[in-house]
Ligand binder design. Structure first.
Ligand code: B12
Length: 162
């Protein structure tokens, strides 16, 4: 009985060692280089009374112009967030707005080197709400011109009350 157990454990150990030795080497996760190649992302704009926009947007980092904030870069290099230009959530919103013919507005904050997105499709926070920016369900820790987007990201601007 004991001999059988020992033999089983030897066989199991050998099988495991063989499996590990022959398993394909797991590629080391390399950080993807920053590029400003156009990417397709899913953009959702969720207003207080329902969906204001949902669709795929092809986008890259670029200058944007708002009525309140003027023209500024919105390409991920804002605030030194990325070393080179990348696609960003606010640039994606701007691209969708131009393509689909809706408006958005934002205040430029030199202190953040970024816009706060204040109004989309004429809907603003009105002092008790704001447009929350999230990527793949997580609020971005930085403004919408600083965050780097990757192909296939789910970008949302959600009207959120305080
Ligand atoms: C309060 C606050 C807010 C409030 C502001 C309105 C209010 N009712 O007060 C609300 C909830 C709207 C807000 C939103 C966001 N915020 Co905020 N916010 C703050 C906080 C805690 C205090 C700001 C403040 O009152 N300063 C004092 C006043 C006197 O100075 P002020 O310059 O006039 O303040 C204004 C600006 O700070 C502006 N503001 C607030 N947040 C942001 C974010 C960006 C990117 C910009 C350009 C401006 C801006 O609103 C303030 C009131 O008018 C700071 C943290 C901090 N300690 O600074 C974070 C902070 C500024 N927010 C931050 C972020 C990331 C955001 C969001 C992008 C989060 C998100 N993913 O949605 C959003 C903006 C989205 C958009 N629509 O563009 C970051 C910015 C980091 C960066 N380098 O970009 C900070 C520093 C917090 C952090 N992560 O450390 N925020």
């Amino acid at each position: 009985m004991r001999q059988t157990l020992v033999r089983r454990s030897v066989v199991t150990t050998f099988a495991l060692a063989l499996a590990l030795a022959t398993a394909p080497a797991v590629a080391e996760a390399k950080p993807r280089p920053n590029t400003n190649a156009a990417v397709k992302v899913d953009l959702t704009v969720q207003g207080p009374d329902g969906l204001l926009f949902q669709g795929k947007v092809k986008t890259k980092g670029h200058d944007v112009t708002t009525a309140t904030g003027g023209t500024h870069k919105c390409d991920g290099t804002n605030g030194g967030a990325n070393p080179s230009k990348v696609p960003t959530p606010t640039a994606a919103l701007d691209d969708a707005a131009h393509k689909k013919g809706f408006t958005w507005d934002g205040t430029w904050y030199a202190s953040f080197d970024d816009f706060s997105v204040d109004t989309i499709k004429n809907v603003s926070g009105g002092g008790s709400a704001y447009w929350s920016i999230a990527v793949n369900g997580t609020p971005t820790p930085v403004g919408g011109c600083q965050f780097k987007l990757s192909a296939g990201d789910r970008v949302s601007f959600t009207w959120t009350s305080f």
